[in-house]
Design a binder for this molecule. Structure first.
Ligand code: UVW
Length: 347
């Protein structure tokens, strides 16, 4: 039995990859799986699957996340863009530019690590629900923020702050490479908002003769970022809320398929992968982000959002292809929960 928990969530993979595992289903990106991805490379053509990181523009999709601010570093108080090094030593002939960025790590094309969404859960099996993440990693111990939110009153917490476990650094070390499969929801559902559940998804896989194998990463093309990019950094939130397909995170059959299919990661060109707000089906307590909770908290399946899939999807359609080699490591940034990414698909 794992030392970090006495009880694991029903249907979770906690402990299956080891009691200290922080990679979840990314463990299925084995050397065999990398070779399966490489076997999909027939043309030697590469596609960049990132938007420019200053898209979407504004803070309409998520009011916590603002556009990146790039600025020069300072050299003795002077902005270091086109800085003549002769200022430091008259013999120097160099001109130096050097910069920095303030960036909401999940602002644009991004990965969510398992530290992004946890849950209140009775891991000790003692009737007390505590804040935990995938594989029983604890809030305030492994994922540490400045404040512990408690019903009886918030308490300040000492740093260092950040994801000391489960963050994107683990994913970067893993390097994230393998076989990926394109599922083109835009082709079947158009650009209207549509909650895609198990039945819809199975019909798409069947019609497009798509084979999903354990350890595959899925690329869901919905057309969302195509509409978003067309708004040229001035996004219309009302239009976007009605745009493109989203997964129905409260469809139990869909969640069960994600469990059973053993996919390694879900990557989408929309915001959140799942529809938010999620469709209401029950009364009482439930996760607001059900697909996030199922994937990040229970299974250890990372989610990726706001990818740019248009050109790859069009190329695949034109060439009757569905699979590619995907290479998509996040930043190797210790402590970070999320990360921008420049994914590369090779066909
Ligand atoms: C949320 O907080 C909803 O985050 P994201 O959808 O980007 O994972």
């Amino acid at each position: 039995m794992a030392t970090r928990w006495k009880r694991r969530p029903e249907g979770s993979t906690w402990g299956d990859f080891g009691e200290d595992d922080q990679l979840g289903r990314l463990n299925l990106l084995t050397s065999e799986k990398v070779k399966a991805g490489i076997a999909e490379v027939k043309e030697g053509l590469s596609f960049c699957l990132s938007m420019p990181l200053d898209f979407p523009g504004g803070a309409v999709l998520n009011p916590r996340r603002h556009p990146p601010r790039v600025s020069p570093t300072l050299q003795d108080g002077c902005p270091c863009l086109n800085f003549p090094l002769a200022r430091l030593d008259a013999r120097n002939t160099d001109v130096l530019s050097d910069d920095q960025v303030t960036l909401a790590l999940q602002y644009s094309t991004q990965w969510d690590s398992f530290a992004h969404v946890g849950a209140f859960f009775d891991v000790e099996d003692n009737g007390v629900r505590q804040k935990v993440y995938y594989n029983g990693y604890r809030a305030n111990e492994h994922v540490v923020g400045p404040r512990d939110y408690r019903p009886e009153g918030d308490v300040d917490v000492d740093g260092p702050y950040g994801a000391h476990a489960l963050g994107v650094a683990n994913m970067a070390r893993k390097a994230i490479q393998g076989r990926a499969v394109m599922i083109d929801l835009k082709k079947h559902f158009g650009l209207e908002r549509h909650y895609v559940g198990y039945d819809n998804l199975m019909r798409v896989l069947d019609r497009d003769r798509i084979e999903v194998t354990p350890g595959d990463m899925l690329l869901f093309r919905t057309g969302f970022t195509e509409v978003l990019v067309g708004m040229n950094r001035n996004p219309d939130g009302d239009v976007l809320a009605r745009t493109a397909a989203v997964l129905d995170g409260r469809d139990d059959a869909l969640l069960q398929w994600i469990s059973d299919s053993q996919v390694a990661a879900l990557c989408a060109d929309n915001y959140a992968v799942e529809g938010l707000p999620a469709l209401e089906r029950t009364l009482g307590q439930r996760p607001a982000l059900p697909l996030h909770q199922h994937c990040l908290f229970k299974l250890g399946v990372p989610l990726a959002e706001l990818w740019w899939l248009a050109e790859l999807a069009e190329w695949m359609q034109a060439h009757d292809r569905h699979a590619c080699l995907l290479t998509a490591p996040p930043l190797y940034l210790p402590g970070a929960v999320g990360s921008p990414v420049t994914p590369v698909a090779t066909v």
